[in-house]
Ligand binder design. Structure first.
Ligand SMILES: NC(=O)c1ccc[n+]([C@@H]2O[C@H](COP(=O)([O-])OP(=O)(O)OC[C@H]3O[C@@H](n4cnc5c(N)ncnc54)[C@H](O)[C@@H]3O)[C@@H](O)[C@H]2O)c1
Length: 261
């Protein structure tokens, strides 16, 4: 097979959580451009509808669902709707996530800790389990991509913000990715995680207000810049497609070199 054909997703059905904007929107556009029908969900209704219109303009079947990824009832209803409307699920991108409040651990409220772990880690289990059950039932395998972070490998070194609850959640995402691999490889489901470095999205907007933090990140990044959200597209299609057919359980870093030091 010609190598470029290995990247085709024609006939596949994908879900992208947090697909309304940022990296999730780019992931959804990339999967659709590669040929997949793509359902997206998010808390943000207006932006979600706008992104769904962009996906439809590519000639793909698509719809937006308002889902809080910490609510298992809402996830269950959305997964059911995807199967009813698009026929099956082949690909899940667990992307929805929230930024850290930047507080030191000694000041972190217990509720904020719980919310972080539920939103950035447990949601990927809630969604992954339900999508995997559907994939197992279909009997054709599938692909799950969990969006982790370089903070799955290192604690954020942008003093005075270390964002520890966020880092712990993302470290959990790397572990969950290996765990899903262990349990679901037997069904032909490949599970990989992406570990982006610092990318210019709404998530990094708060910390980008501090010139000293921006300077520190640029200094620590060999490529001397933040990533832009479009740089997510190639890796998502690679991991979602047969081009990566022998890859599972991996955490793939995409960070302009920040973690080489
Ligand atoms: N931007 C970065 O530098 C960076 C680096 C590493 C990892 N990431 C990860 O990439 C993913 C996407 O982030 P982004 O940078 O595009 O930020 P973003 O804020 O633009 O996108 C996150 C999306 O998730 C949605 N979301 C948040 N909580 C949700 C919930 N409970 N239910 C449903 N949707 C919810 C938001 O509404 C938003 O649309 C996140 O998991 C984030 O942690 C981002």
């Amino acid at each position: 097979m010609n190598v470029l054909d290995l990247f085709s997703l024609t006939g596949q059905v994908a879900i992208v959580t947090g697909g309304a904007r940022g990296l999730g929107r780019q992931a959804a556009l990339a999967l659709a451009e590669a040929g997949a029908d793509v359902a997206i969900c998010d808390l943000l209704e207006e932006e979600g509808q706008r992104t769904a219109a962009e996906l439809a303009a590519l000639g793909r079947r698509t719809f937006f669902g308002k889902v809080d990824v910490t609510r298992t009832d809402e996830i269950e209803a959305f997964v059911k709707q995807v199967v009813e409307r698009l026929g099956k699920i082949d690909i899940l991108v667990n992307n929805a996530g929230m930024p850290s409040d930047g507080l030191a651990l000694d000041d972190e409220p217990d509720d904020a800790w719980r919310r972080m772990l539920d939103t950035n880690l447990s949601s990927m289990f809630y969604f992954g389990k339900r999508a995997a059950k559907q994939m197992i039932g279909q009997g054709q395998g599938g692909v799950i991509i969990n969006i982790a972070s370089i903070n799955a490998l290192v604690i954020s070194n942008i003093t005075p913000r270390h964002n520890v609850p966020y880092c712990v959640a993302k470290t959990g995402v790397a572990g969950l990715t290996r765990g899903m691999t262990a349990d679901w490889a037997q069904y032909g489901i490949r599970v990989n995680a992406i570990a982006p470095g610092y990318i210019r999205t709404a998530q990094t907007a708060a910390s980008r207000q501090y010139p000293e933090i921006v300077e520190r990140i640029i200094t620590n990044t060999p490529m001397k810049r933040y990533g832009v959200e479009e740089e997510m597209k190639g890796l998502v299609v690679y991991l979602a497609s047969p081009a990566s057919s022998f890859m599972t359980g991996s955490l793939v870093v995409m960070d302009g070199g920040t973690t080489i030091w």
